[in-house]
Design a protein around this ligand. Structure first.
Ligand code: ADP
Length: 563
């Protein structure tokens, strides 16, 4: 650990909280610039809402949300309208302070008038959200899922999901919200940090019982009740990919600002914690994304009143060790260097699971034959050693290898050939979902393309906001002004939207137009130009139009340059 920083270059930098060191010029950092800001409740809600405007059906996994205080009047009006159109609708809302965590400051209300808009803590910016009243219950308790997701790269987009996660349980039997039980946090909030203080919290060494269990144990239970677990997984994968697609445009703006293209800098990866709630009908709903999920594998136990001790938590260990191990395997800086190196006895011994795996590999050459023979001998030896150590480990190793083989067969890209040394490190849990399923989701990446236009016109490296000149150049180069949309109207559009976004007080460090404001302006332009189409088609058409004109301009400049 280097609490005061380290000047010698490293292969991997493991930062505790966020990307904060602009003096790193190589290697890989475990945080993306801007991620902490992006997953705050307000920013996440905004990013998802932009996608909901474009693709309402695809993004219906996030509860309807309003941003306080600025959208309070809108919240009141919309709720009144919905109640008028459906008098049987008796909603509950959950108010969550922006930047809060561990359930802090959260409360439930039945009516917009119950919002506490005064007082120091209450006047904090917050998100108010429709409360999901009918969650799936297990043992009569509400629970949520913490899933670990590795964002391995932003460009190209690479996403991995851990195939097991944690289920965190409430400690009081669930009842649908009524005025009487609204305040019972142990019934409505699944946060571990809250429920641990309830007298009913059950620490268990068994992954199938207690107040914190593995997600796989829940899946087993659901499957035995006849639930379609495959469909549930595919819905979860889709939720994760879509959420990351909503976050990537702004992340790219932060990225180019902290790590400008063309200059030496590190690459980034990040483990994210997705909090997901299952509804009674098994539909997964996104609650929030954590940029810095706890990787603790111990929990605190109160030995006597006020005396706490850290004790190992097998459930956390089972899930989290696998996530970190797979992450390190995937970002292994030696991976590329080793690609051409032949297997050696030395390698076998270093990476023992290779033995089990190589036994399954088809023999294709004399060298392979020798290698297999050698593997067999070593494998027997290792089996013996492992038996001495732990039977469970051996089981896990072979299980993981079986899976690796299966994955390797299905997806040669991720796991290379079974004979390469890095293939010896089995995937314990992380499964690639993007680009694997890119074809199904690429049509959603419209705002990414808008962000690429925005970044092109930012001009000065290191900024995240577009000045009025940049905006004018964008309009001119993309040939968007016309007789009924003069440059004076362009300036008015810029000033109007920029002023409104800046008055929301998100980022006062720089003046100018932020990406979200640019996206709003872009949608306006698209609606103006392609009136009768649905919004996503208007936006897609305008992007095509802009990209076409910019490509023509680049071509012209290239020719002129050559000339
Ligand atoms: P925090 O970051 O403070 O943990 P969350 O958004 O995760 O905030 O909310 C805390 C808990 O409240 C969640 O774990 C979940 O149990 C409950 N919760 C949050 N949003 C909703 C919702 N829309 N519907 C039902 N329960 C919710």
């Amino acid at each position: 650990q280097f609490p005061f920083g380290r000047r010698l270059p490293c292969d991997i930098y493991w930062h505790g909280v966020s990307f904060h060191d602009n003096d790193i010029f190589s290697g890989q950092v475990n945080k993306f610039p801007g991620m902490t800001e992006m997953v705050r409740k307000i920013t996440l809600s905004r990013a998802v809402r932009t996608m909901q405007d474009l693709f309402p059906l695809e993004y219906n996994f996030y509860p309807r949300s309003w941003i306080l205080p600025e959208e309070f009047p809108l919240f009141v009006t919309e709720v009144r309208m919905m109640k008028d159109s459906d008098p049987s609708w008796k909603p509950t809302f959950i108010v969550k302070p922006d930047g809060g965590c561990q359930g802090e400051g959260i409360y439930l209300i039945k009516d917009p008038s119950d919002i506490r808009l005064t007082g120091s803590i209450q006047s904090r910016p917050a998100v108010v959200q429709e409360y999901i009243c009918k969650p799936l219950l297990v043992d009569k308790l509400k629970f949520d899922i913490r899933l670990y997701v590795l964002l391995k790269s932003l460009e190209p987009l690479e996403i991995y999901i851990a195939k097991d996660g944690l289920s965190r349980f409430c400690t009081e039997p669930y009842q649908e919200p009524t005025l009487k039980n609204l305040h019972q946090v142990f019934m409505h909030l699944t946060n571990y940090s809250l429920n641990i203080h309830s007298g009913n919290f059950i620490h268990s060494d068994n992954v199938n019982t207690g107040s914190k269990r593995t997600f796989s144990s829940i899946l087993c239970r659901l499957s035995s009740r006849g639930a379609d677990v495959k469909k549930l997984w595919s819905d979860i994968i889709s939720l994760v990919i879509k959420t990351i697609i909503a976050l990537t445009p702004e992340l790219k703006v932060y990225y180019q600002s902290d790590i400008p293209a063309g200059k030496p800098g590190p690459t980034c990866f990040q483990i994210l914690g997705f909090d997901i709630l299952l509804m009674k009908n098994l539909k997964p709903m996104l609650l929030e994304v954590n940029a810095n999920p706890s990787m603790r594998i111990e929990h605190e136990q109160e030995l006597s009143p006020g005396v706490f001790e850290n004790v190992p938590s097998p459930v956390d260990e089972e899930v989290k060790v696998a996530v970190i191990r797979d992450t390190l395997r995937l970002v292994d800086p030696q991976k590329k260097k080793r690609k051409d190196v032949h297997l050696s006895c030395h390698t076998y011994l270093l990476i023992f699971p290779t033995q089990f795996q190589s036994l399954h590999a088809p023999i294709t050459s004399m060298k392979d034959k020798q290698h297999k023979h050698h593997s067999l001998k070593l494998s027997l030896k290792l089996k013996f050693y492992l038996k001495l150590g732990s039977c469970q480990t051996l089981e896990r190793v072979s299980e993981a290898n079986e899976e690796l083989l299966e994955a390797g067969r299905a997806d040669g890209r991720e796991y290379d050939s079974p004979r390469s040394p890095e293939a010896g490190l089995p995937s314990l849990c992380l499964k690639q979902v993007f680009p694997k399923y890119a074809k199904q989701f690429n049509y959603l990446r419209l705002v990414d393309r808008v962000a690429a236009l925005f970044i092109r016109f930012l001009g000065v490296k290191g900024t995240t906001k577009l000045g009025p000149t940049g905006f004018r150049t964008f309009i001119r180069n993309c040939k968007l002004s016309s007789s009924n949309f003069s440059m004076a109207s362009v300036d008015i559009l810029y000033i109007d939207i920029t002023r409104r976004w800046n008055s929301m007080g998100i980022d006062h460090k720089e003046s100018g137009m932020c990406l979200q404001a640019f996206v709003e302006a872009f949608f306006c332009l698209a609606q103006k130009k392609y009136k009768s189409l649905p919004l996503h088609e208007q936006v897609a058409s305008l992007i095509d139009f802009c990209e076409y004109h910019l490509a023509a301009l680049d071509e012209k400049r290239l020719v002129c340059g050559r000339g």
